[in-house]
Design a protein around this ligand. Structure first.
Ligand code: FES
Length: 158
């Protein structure tokens, strides 16, 4: 891993993990930052392990800065196997995983991921069946099509 945070984030962005809608999710949560206008949606799928409910998989879609995407990629990996209670305790600097501590200017990007996770854990939105409105659709309807949306490559989801 590179020494510099920006380089590590760039490396994570080159191959983001767990990008895209999860059709069999148990929970989904969406948040937006009023400060920068970025949005993040996270899906969670639970399973049972040793009699405990744990996160089996997590995925995300983001319309946000590169740091938010890099942190969400790291977070969705390290959430696997965590109980909802353990996941709820994770702070932005922990969710960033191998990226390391977030620079002060980027803390709110990690907080966007933290809030999306909490929103999903709280089940503030219905599971994705019937399909929830896509983040792209939500943004486009809010902006009357004035925002250009570039979808993430879902093929890089491994
Ligand atoms: Fe908005 Fe990073 S600048 S989440």
């Amino acid at each position: 891993m590179p020494d510099d945070f920006e380089d590590r984030a760039r490396e994570a962005l080159a191959q983001p993990k767990n990008v895209g809608e999860m059709n069999d999710a148990d929970r989904v949560g969406t948040v937006g930052s009023p400060d920068c206008g970025d949005m993040l949606r996270m899906w969670l799928k639970f399973t049972e392990k040793d009699g405990k409910k744990v996160i089996d998989r997590a995925s995300f879609q983001a319309f946000g800065c590169q740091t938010a995407i890099a942190v969400a990629s790291m977070a969705t990996e390290l959430l696997k196997g965590k109980t909802p209670e353990e996941a709820r305790e994770l702070k932005p600097n922990e969710l960033s995983g191998e990226l390391g501590p977030l620079p002060p200017m980027k803390i709110h990007c990690g907080q966007l991921v933290e809030q999306a996770l909490k929103s999903a854990l709280d089940g503030t939105e219905a599971p994705s069946k019937p399909p929830v409105e896509t983040l792209a659709g939500k943004l486009q309807s809010a902006s009357s099509g004035k925002i250009k949306i570039v979808p993430l490559d879902e093929n890089s989801n491994d």
